[in-house]
Design a protein around this ligand. Structure first.
Ligand SMILES: NC(=O)c1ccc[n+]([C@@H]2O[C@H](COP(=O)([O-])OP(=O)(O)OC[C@H]3O[C@@H](n4cnc5c(N)ncnc54)[C@H](O)[C@@H]3O)[C@@H](O)[C@H]2O)c1
Length: 348
């Protein structure tokens, strides 16, 4: 089969990373076109990466040199490109979250499912090597039954203002913790059915944004009775601080550190062991650096699914499920009460 020719819509912080990876590092993939409403940025990127530039998203989607489309516009601008890709019947890679409201997310997930197009969602943490290894260890029974999930997601800097605005990007529960909620589902192998969350703004200027939060916490209850907790913040000036633990009936997996990315497996038999180290550099400056390999691996996985005719491993149902947890956490922090989560068709 021919290599997969991909077009990227949106060339900001992450769109450039995906476009660059497709053009330079992903085998069996070619970057054939890019699109951005910022014409100067689009032309510059197209020139640098050696592909066509389309000012209008529809032209990129229709382009006969584009086999699959990667949507990396701001979250509130996903509906139009995703709908156009579905109508074109081309495979879709869409950044998280699928959309910026539940109504739009359900509509898009439904459209994608009915069309039958392959769709992968940008939950790259599943492809982070220590995380993928942790999942394999959990599946192999290394820590017995997972009973508790714990995640810290601390960014050294706030993301663009649209991302922390609940009206456009959803704020920390949605823009940032959606990754933790997806990881919690992935590693625990179960759904979150209730959350109790809290939020505050005590360090970073709110820029007049209603319900702007710079620190949030969430307690989670899984369907099988397991528990979880996640914390996110955007003023970790000491570096990108991303840590995850899964504690089980027979041991513990501890993933991530302040200066390197370890995966530590501790069990009664082994004591505290530290056999796996994935990065040895010093301070981790930002998510682009911490997850550089994960962004490559998720795109490789997408390309391989298309080449092999397999369905992507992380799809619109996963996007919707994690988004429901994010929305419930947002509601809980607003009301000060626990919020239960009802799943829709994605859980059939
Ligand atoms: N998976 C991750 O780790 C991760 C990290 C960052 C962002 N994201 C997601 O990626 C998406 C983009 O985030 P970002 O931080 O790169 O945003 P950004 O604001 O840095 O860049 C967005 C780009 O899209 C362009 N754009 C806006 N509207 C457009 C349109 N209608 N058509 C074409 N281009 C358009 C803008 O000009 C800009 O260049 C969001 O959904 C976000 O949640 C995911």
């Amino acid at each position: 089969m021919e290599d997969v020719r991909i077009g990227v819509v949106g060339l900001g912080r992450l769109g450039y990373v995906h476009a660059h990876n497709i053009a330079r590092t992903i085998e069996r993939a070619t970057l054939t076109a890019v699109c951005d409403i910022d014409e100067e940025l689009g032309k510059k990127t197209a020139g640098e990466l050696g592909c066509k530039f389309h000012k209008e998203m529809e032209k990129l989607v229709e382009d006969s040199d584009v086999d699959a489309v990667c949507v990396v516009t701001p979250t509130a601008k996903h509906v139009e490109p995703v709908t156009a890709v579905v109508q074109s019947s081309k495979p879709l890679f869409c950044e998280k979250p699928l959309a910026s409201t539940l109504e739009d997310s359900v509509k898009l997930a439904d459209l994608i499912k009915k069309s039958g197009i392959p769709c992968q969602i940008g939950f790259m943490r599943r492809y982070d090597p220590p995380c993928a290894r942790a999942k394999d260890l959990i599946t192999a029974g290394a820590i017995g039954l997972p009973t508790y999930f714990c995640g810290f997601s601390r960014d050294p800097l706030p993301p663009p203002p649209w991302a922390l605005n609940p009206a456009t990007g959803g704020g920390l529960f949605i823009d940032m913790l959606i990754h933790d909620f997806d990881l919690a589902r992935f590693l625990m192998g179960d759904d979150v059915v209730e959350v109790f969350a809290d939020e505050t703004n005590i360090v970073v200027d709110s820029q007049g944004i209603d319900r702007f939060a710079d620190n949030v916490t969430v307690n989670m209850h899984f369907r099988n009775g397991a528990l979880g907790h996640s914390h996110a913040s955007v003023h970790a000036g000491y570096g990108y601080d991303m840590r995850t633990e899964v504690y089980g009936s027979e041991g513990n997996l501890s993933l991530g550190g302040l200066s390197k990315t370890d995966l530590t497996l501790s069990t009664k038999e082994r004591g505290i062991a530290r056999p796996f180290t994935y990065q040895t550099e010093g301070r981790i400056p930002h998510f682009m650096y911490r997850f550089a390999e994960a962004y490559q691996k998720e795109m490789e996985a997408f390309v391989h699914c298309l080449l092999d005719g397999r369905a992507p491993e992380v799809n619109e149902d996963d996007a919707l499920a994690a988004y429901r947890v994010s929305l419930a956490a947002t509601e809980s922090a607003g009301t000060g009460k626990p919020v239960g989560i009802e799943y829709g068709e994605e859980k059939d």
